[in-house]
Design a binder for this molecule. Sequence first.
Ligand code: ADP
Ligand code: MG
Length: 668
Amino acid sequence: MLDQPVTALPGVGVEKAKILAKLDLYSVRDVLFGYPRSYKDYSKIYTADHARQGMEGLFTGTVVNLREQLLNQNKRLIQAQIQGNTQSLTVSWFQVMRGRGTSYLYRQLSKVDQIWIYGQIKEGPYSWELTSGEWHTKQPKHLGLVPVYPLVSGITNTMRLQWIDFALKYLDQIYECLPKQLLAEFYPRTKAIHAIHFPTDDGELLEARKRLIFEEFFLFHLSLGKQEEQKNAIQHKPDGKCLEQYFNTLPFTLTAGQLQAICDVRADMEAPIQMRRLIQGDVGSGKTVIAEYATLKAVDSGGQVAFLVPTEVLARQMWTRLRERFSSFGIEVELLVGKDTTKHQKKILSGLAQGTIAVVVGTHALIADRVVFANLTLAIVDEQHRFGVRQRIALSDKGNADLLVMSATPIPRSLALTLYGDLNNTIIRDLPAGRRIVDTRLIHPSKRQDVYRFLVGRVEEKEQGFVVFALVEESDKLDLKAAVTEMEVLSAGPLSSIRVGLVHGQMGKQKAECLELFYQQKIDVLVSTTVIEVGMNVPTATVIVVENADRFGLAQLHQLRGRVGRSKKQAYCFLIANPQSEIARQRLDIIRHTNDGLRIAEEDLKLRGPGDLLGTRQSGQPWFKLADLIADAELLEKAAKAGRMLILEDPTLAKYPTLLAEVKRQQP
Ligand code: ADP
Ligand code: MG
């Protein structure tokens, strides 16, 4: 019954069903799990005597002075008074004219003596007033907290109430899904679902929310961590000569954090279980070394490696870097980007399928079904927060591969739990020796020339720099044009004496060429939109200028700043802005005064919400119906912990069939 289409609901035909699809309601079950957006408090019924400024509630009384008045050609006012003992309340509705004659509302109200109106009280010149209230000519059926549902045109809240009434009749078909050991703490499932729609009071609503939010987090966590079946995990060989040579040829000493991370990865890869490890480390902490180590270890054991990075620019950079590093080991590294089928790409695809190519670096293109591996034993995902959580699973499922995920720290704990809750965590806390804190300054736009003079000075010392312009939307043509014009003005003016390259997100091949020239130091300053945001590594770059800095997110600014200060030289970050609001000023102050990526990210999450923090919303990113990553962080921790324990006990959830069924429902 629950899985019947919405047309089973009273008054829903094919047309209504189409409208309901807009609300993601397809079945009776969806209606039951379509939670209210908010509640109206119908628990007390007031009279006009109770009216006070700002009060919201359900008022009732005898109708006096009902009238309807034309305000102009297409607008009318319907007004009545309800009388109390000591004071009266004027209720009004403004309506657009539809047809002639008196309004439906007027006719309905004139048929009854007593009415009920829900709304907010304001003080008027002659009496208390209530405008555009919800009206009833009978005492409303649902008293208590009345749910308010998300609506679209053609669907009213009253309809939804009626459908919920209908759906709730089948509540007994909903099974408990939480394991017994958790039930003591939470409402049973059916009770929670009933109460989320019709709570008797605030306390019950709170408990219902608690249970359902926990359930959301818990099911999400299990859907990530659950294993399909116990596969034979890959056991990589202990480090041999090849890795010894690798360590001997490293041009620097590893930091303690890097050593620890390598130890963890080594243990995971050699163990007969699937590695699921996240390496977190702030920008510049040297995470790539860990990836190089793991890659070499996998190849040395006869496996293949897929290395997923978020953008083509970064893919090329990583490809170049790995090719250089591994050339002396006789390991070929290939690059796979884009969807087209060039001859060259076909060759790579067949090389991967036959196992003749050991290492491939690429973008999303790697996840496509057509990419098949002969023996994938390691999947690496860099800058994971740019990907959906399911994408990393898709990649490692192409083999039975160990999974290594790398991310710069700026992800607040609550978000990290949802993105990485199923992973073991290694944090690199230290930066390579001798790094200095980037000198970060807020510059008023009128002082911009000084900044560019300074930049030219650094270039004369053989250093390099970035200038970044804000684009509100990468796709916004007007905005792009403005940025490009400004870039051109800059390269013709203050930067005319040095070699400048322009790049933006909508450039094709030229972009890669330009970046290549910058790497080779044939270009001194890269002027760009945010394309340099993540991962770019040019140690000789010491200056970054951010125009309209107040238009960037904090985490984004921190990432941008991380492009410089990657060597022993002092680096500078100039934020050009004239913040108009106190909040904007505070935000920039945070960036100026702290270098702690985590703290910055927490602030950003509070100020802008998770969508902004992660850049544009991406498919596969977890968005919850009820849960809020900030407000419900405690429940999230609890759910992640409980989920982790359950998976340890029963990795495939075979012992929990009702839970498994719900987990599967979570997966699109
Ligand atoms: P991220 O963690 O941001 O990905 P990278 O791996 O790109 O950082 O490393 C940043 C820079 O620091 C690179 O130029 C790298 O060669 C260098 N590097 C990495 N580890 C060390 C170290 N232990 N000592 C000195 N420099 C290092
Ligand atoms: Mg990196």
